[in-house]
Design a protein around this ligand. Sequence first.
Ligand code: XMP
Length: 517
Amino acid sequence: KILILDFGSQYTQLIARRVREIGVYSEVRAFDISEEEIREYQPNGIILSGGPESTVAEGSPRAPQCVFELGLPVLGICYGMQTMAEQLGGAVEGSNKHEFGYAQVTIDSSDDMFRDIKDHVDHDGKALLDVWMSHGDKVARAPDAFTVTASTPSCPIAAMSWAEKHFYGVQFHPEVTHTLQGQRILEHFVVGICGAEKLWTPAKIIEDQVARVRDQVGDRHVLLGLSGGVDSSVVAALLHRAIGDQLTCVFVDNGLLRKNEGQQVMETFAKHMGVKVIRVDAEALFLDKLKGEADPEAKRKIIGNTFIEVFDEEASKIDGVDFLAQGTIYPDVIESAASKTGKAHVIKSHHNVGGLPETMKLKLVEPLRELFKDEVRKLGVELGLPYDMVYRHPFPGPGLGVRILGEVKKEYADILREADAIFIEELHNADWYHKTSQAFAVFLPVKSVGVVGDGRRYEWVIALRAVETIDFMTARWAHLPYELLETVSNRIINEISGVSRVTYDVSSKPPATIEWE
Ligand code: XMP
């Protein structure tokens, strides 16, 4: 397994994902980890991430010196390479000029990192790689024992290595897909140089987690709030495999779900898999609490609080529960650790933890804590969940509540459910669903005039939203084909009474958010 020390780069998580995609387990830890913790983790090798700071600035972060004394291979990426150079006797040149984006580096193909890898060959027969650069500072002098193994005209030391010690540095980012051979370079390091075995597969992860859960839970009982989303669904399938009937799921139907969603959850889990699921029909309660409220934040709070109320009430009816299962995934863990050290942004709190009554004193079961979203999905498929459920677009906790602008009413929710279902169905038909990251319909409580048949109609407006994004922090509106938009618009207006106009949202994030509220 590989240890990744985080210097604060936006790409650190991506390094961990790439390493795992190679089939090798990896974890991200803060750069100032102690020697004892490193030894305890027993890595095959260490990767130093990039970071936003400058090694020439006073007090900037350094890797613990022991990293270079444990006899382990070390790969420094960007800032990681620069701090490696400084700590081993080289020099870094500060700069306020930023090189950002595509670059072509000339590489030394005999180096273990770059062996048998190239994108092009130059006129001297030297191998070239297309890479992604993002840096200001650069290494001006490699430490004595190092050989320079890649260069560009503006960055003469774009990679360096000290083969005997297995120390490597790259100024570019092998973890991003713009570096076309990045995955192979990382594989050379992780498997070739570190000698890590490719044991990290979905089947193996399931086997490990099943054993761990059985060990933790024994013969006691576990409660899970099942939402139908990917994470809680995979937790349900995994726990069911591990402990069968000792798991009880509570599924709260808040009346703000997508069309047929409740039914699908019950069919998949209760009917096909034999999971114990209690379905609570709380539509009336939610709609009643939301009545008259038009403010987006207030609506979110009401929905969150009502969920807790309903969930707690159901939970208190079940006897002998000792554990609460949660679909916490690895990015949540990394981010909340980072926010404790003040290094990164604050994350959303998980409302179903904070709200549990003190008296329940439940311990947590979090079998996805070490997994990235793509790994969770692979696990879901391996556990036999339907592909469509596992590869579905994300759906916000407050559901249609934030897609009905202003006050929520049942009439609006019913119209929106139909419109959304038509949009999603046509995206599938046109093979566009998986080309978008998130797509949905929004209900606008304004009326507009239309003519349908011979009659004049004065009805509601539906907006369609589809975006492409990697991280949901920024997003581009999806350039859907006009024909597809036309089909969707015709179907919505013809098939749903109460809608006379359909619009397409062409706002990117930022400045617009993905959801309308
Ligand atoms: P925005 O609208 O902030 O959305 O661009 C980014 C992503 O987060 C989802 N989202 C939410 N998810 N509770 C959730 O669980 C919420 O209150 C919430 N608000 C937005 C949104 O669907 C998108 O994927």
